[in-house]
Design a protein around this ligand. Structure first.
Ligand code: ADP
Ligand code: ZN
Length: 729
């Protein structure tokens, strides 16, 4: 097929508009290449699209309109078009939605021009107002980086006139700057740490694979602190040496600040960043420079996978087991799996790094799909912490408190030696339930089938499903008795209160994602804690993800049984991973660490595996169970959620689908449900769930399309199809 279309030849164009097909246009004057970004007329509007191939024809040629213009943006490469098509058909997402994911940077198609930017000036304003101080603070906080008028005003929460006023009096400097500057060149040999022999061997394998130009998938497994990052940065360096680009995906943007500093130390300059904390201007710059090759390394969140790299040679998925790689709204995709797909199309290397790999990756290694590299030792003197259990059945814990006498003693011992202790509880807020002591009523969300969680710091109740908040009532909404509402169960805020009472001389720090206004504030808080400005750290899942606290020597898990409740097929796996990750926070420097789990079921097989550190044993047992049950990764699953404000409507549609399951039977798939979803109502929409199960290798997507294609879906019903679901809410 020709890759170039001369004037008036028919081309088919994919737009980002919600249409279920490509549209035919005539190539413009001067022609257009396949992959080119174009502006096309659509009805009365002008929309952006990409030339996807030869026109399909079949319409009255005189009615076909011409492409308005070819845009000054690097064309979408063939590899990228194939990736979008394959990702679309795997996730059952319309192609236009995939294209939208791949072009999520504003003003992409505008011609770059100079723009005004504002930096700190040399004088202080004579008249200082609150608003003015906020503007200056923003610039100071960002180390003097300049911003555009809009960005600066937004970040400071002031009107544009405040910024302009400051420029007028010389407190800000106004400059013209070209847009979309290339990123600084990175030097793969800028500064290399001396690797241990174990690290060197692993790095050599990865580098050879990067040089080979063929696709390779590798699981890089190593305990926390074993130097996985150091090792995979060698693969990144090798990609740069051979002139290719690298992408590092991180599960949590709060980690990116620390991470890009490591890149700077290793490669001599900062990489490009792509995540929700990056300004729109920087996003557009990143997108364009990635496409021209003027951004060599991108550090980003899962959506960075859809950037149009000119020549991507290696993708790193750090903490590959992390469930946040699964996008849970909009286009439902698993960034880890899509990274593997993209690397296989590119002929690149994908490295999945983790201390506690997912069973999926474990199984792919066994099936020979990925290679496996293991770092068995922590770098330097640090050793893995000692793990033990506190059997809560033998502890005298007064109601309304959660720290057992044994744990309390252990924390006190550490504090008296000037060391830090972490108390881990994976529950945000003050108390998960607020109950009326008079009538037993539990306060629930008005829009969801969920109880409201008390957030004492905010002085409000909050729904963790929809985010709705309301003030804590004094009177029970059900029986109207006053003053009898009481918190039940612990959240981190309540635990912090208990810790303050139990350790009155200790400085207590609470680390929970909802307590910080910005990623920046969170980062600063973490750095302060790492520097020793707290004695007892109270934390949620947030602390499990890779932060380094050198003084921390004791980790106490308040409720190790928490994750084992519920029917999630990955409950055991997640608990095992989380407990090991949290424990891995202890003892990173030269003082040996210790981790203790408070549990009511120390003899539970998962607890026993965690405590004994018998990882291989745990994974084989878990794999055997899932194999027998025919569930992922040894079988396939697809979740279907129907939701509507009208409960009858969703059950009717579910019933209709259940009565017409022949297309599923034809491929040997089984249907479970319809049944009310575990959270039966969210944001006022009733939810019904179905689950399709099949053997591995079953062409499920095609069967599902046939199956749901038989029924008409009313406008008020939303149907979500989740291939390989991670969440079963
Ligand atoms: P992981 O990613 O496996 O948790 P890191 O790569 O973050 O481990 O390494 C843990 C710590 O050890 C980091 O502070 C890192 O700089 C240090 N480290 C690891 N390998 C080396 C090495 N070869 N030389 C010097 N420091 C190292
Ligand atoms: Zn709600």
């Amino acid at each position: 097929m020709s890759d170039f279309f001369s004037q008036d030849e028919l081309v088919s164009v994919l737009t980002t508009q919600p249409l279920d097909r490509l549209l035919d246009y005539r190539a413009p004057e001067g022609g257009c290449a396949i992959g080119a970004f174009v502006e096309v007329p659509l009805g009365p509007r002008k929309v952006i699209g990409v030339v996807w191939g030869k026109g399909q024809g079949g319409f009255d040629p005189s009615k076909i309109r011409a492409v308005n213009a070819v845009l000054d943006v690097p064309p979408l490469r063939e590899e990228m078009r194939i990736f979008l098509e394959r990702a679309a058909s795997y996730t059952l997402t319309p192609l236009h939605a995939m294209l939208r994911l791949a072009t999520r940077a504003p003003g992409l198609t505008e011609t770059p021009s100079a723009r005004k930017i504002y930096a700190l000036g040399h004088t202080r304003p004579q008249k200082m107002t609150d608003a003015r101080r906020r503007v200056l603070n923003v610039l100071e906080e960002h180390g003097g980086l300049p911003f555009t008028l809009g960005e600066l005003a937004d970040l400071a929460g002031v009107g544009a006139s405040v910024v302009k006023g400051l420029a007028k009096v010389g407190a800000l400097e106004e400059r013209e700057a070209p847009r979309d500057q290339p990123f600084p060149l990175l030097d793969p040999d800028y500064f290399q740490k001396e690797l241990s022999s174990e690290q060197r061997e692993a790095a050599d394998v990865l580098c050879a694979q990067v040089r080979s130009d063929d696709y390779h998938g590798t699981l890089l497994k190593g305990v926390t602190g074993s130097g996985k990052t150091e090792v995979y940065l060698e693969a990144v360096a090798e990609a740069l040496r051979v002139g290719r680009q690298a992408l590092v995906l991180l599960p949590e943007i709060a980690l990116s600040a620390e991470f890009i500093k490591r890149i700077e130390a290793r490669f001599g300059a900062l990489p490009a960043e792509w995540h929700s904390g990056v300004t729109m201007t920087e996003r557009r710059r990143c997108w364009k420079m990635v496409a021209t090759g003027d951004a060599q390394i991108v550090v980003g969140a899962r959506s960075a996978l859809f950037l149009p790299f000119r020549d991507l040679g290696v993708i790193i998925v750090d903490e590959e087991h992390d469930s946040s790689y699964k996008q849970e709204d909009g286009v439902l995709y698993n960034a880890r799996d899509m990274a593997v797909l993209r690397a296989s199309i590119l002929g690149g290397e994908v490295v999945l790094a983790s201390a506690t790999p997912s069973l999926e990756s474990w199984a792919n290694v066994e099936a020979g799909k990925y290679g496996k590299l293991v770092l068995a030792n922590r770098y330097g003197p640090a050793v893995m912490p000692q793990m033990s259990a506190i059997d809560m059945r033998g502890e005298d814990v007064p109601t309304g408190t959660w720290i057992s006498p044994s744990l309390r003693q252990m924390v006190s011992d550490r504090l008296s030696k000037g060391e830090q202790a972490l108390l881990f509880l994976n529950r945000r807020g003050y108390a998960p339930v607020t109950i009326c002591r008079a009538c037993g009523h539990q306060i629930a969300c008005d829009h969801c089938d969920a109880r409201m969680v008390e957030h004492r710091f905010l002085k409000r109740l909050m729904c963790h499903q929809c985010g709705e908040t309301k003030p804590l009532p004094n009177v029970c909404p059900s029986c109207e008795v006053e003053g009898r509402l009481a918190p039940v169960g612990p959240g981190v805020e309540r635990l912090a209160e208990e810790a303050a009472a139990a350790f009155p001389d200790a400085r207590i720090a609470l680390l929970s994602s909802d307590r910080f206004a910005s990623a920046r504030a969170l980062k600063e808080h973490i750095q302060a804690i790492a520097a020793g400005e707290a004695d007892v750290i109270i934390g949620t899942q947030l602390v499990a993800k890779g932060h380094n606290f050198p003084l921390l020597t004791l980790v106490g898990v308040i409720d190790a049984d928490l994750g084992l409740q519920g029917s999630d097929l990955r409950a055991a796996e997640r608990t095992f991973q989380l407990m090991r990750q949290v424990a891995g926070r202890a003892g990173r420097a030269d003082i040996p660490g210790e981790a203790v789990l408070q549990t009511f079921q120390p003899e539970h097989p998962v607890m026993r595996a965690i405590l004994s550190g018998d990882e291989d044993g745990f994974w084989s047992a878990e794999a055997a169970q899932r194999r027998t049950a025919g569930v992922p990764p040894y079988g396939r699953m697809v979740g279907i959620i129907l939701s509507s404000p009208d409960i009858q409507e969703v059950f009717d549609l579910g019933g209709l689908l259940a009565r017409n399951q022949a297309p599923l039977h034809a491929v040997g798939a089984q249907l479970f449900g319809p049944a009310p979803a575990p959270i039966a109502r969210i944001r006022g929409r009733h939810r019904v769930r179905m689950l399709v199960k099949a053997d591995k290798g079953t062409p499920l997507q095609t069967a599902i399309l046939k199956w749901v294609g038989q029924v008409r879906i009313p406008n008020s019903v939303r149907m979500t199809i989740d291939i390989d679901p991670q969440s079963f809410h």
